[in-house]
Write a protein of this length. Structure first.
Length: 115
């Protein structure tokens, strides 16, 4: 069955960095668009970044452009989100999504940016 397992979240001070990983299995990862979303308390889930199946095309929310980088390693069936210059407003649960059919979601990983 499809599995998406996020990791790499945690507590970081403002200005710090984190790298999230999402390990995928149960589907053909190399032909699947992958996305990162986040959901802050009391807010709707929002799209943060997307990457094409081969990794040649990426898109970002305006709020993270220039600070976050999405990438993927199709040999490892893993998608990453490098987050730099983190701000308190980046605090959220971060989810990866495999864009196949209605989509498959991971369980999420908490990112907290606080001093």
């Amino acid at each position: 069955q499809v599995q998406l397992v996020e990791s790499g979240g945690g507590l970081v001070q403002p200005g710090g960095s984190l790298r999230l990983s999402c390990a995928a299995s149960g589907f053909t990862f190399s032909v699947t668009v992958m996305r990162w979303y986040r959901q802050a308390p009391g807010k709707e889930r929002e799209l943060v970044a997307s990457i094409s199946s081969a990794g040649g095309m990426t898109n970002y929310a305006d709020s993270v452009k220039g600070r976050f980088t999405i990438s993927r390693d199709n040999a490892k069936n893993t998608v990453y989100l490098q987050m730099n210059s983190l701000k308190p407003e980046d605090t959220a649960v971060y989810y990866c999504k495999a864009q196949r059919g209605d989509g498959y979601w991971g369980q999420g990983t908490q990112v907290t940016v606080s001093s």
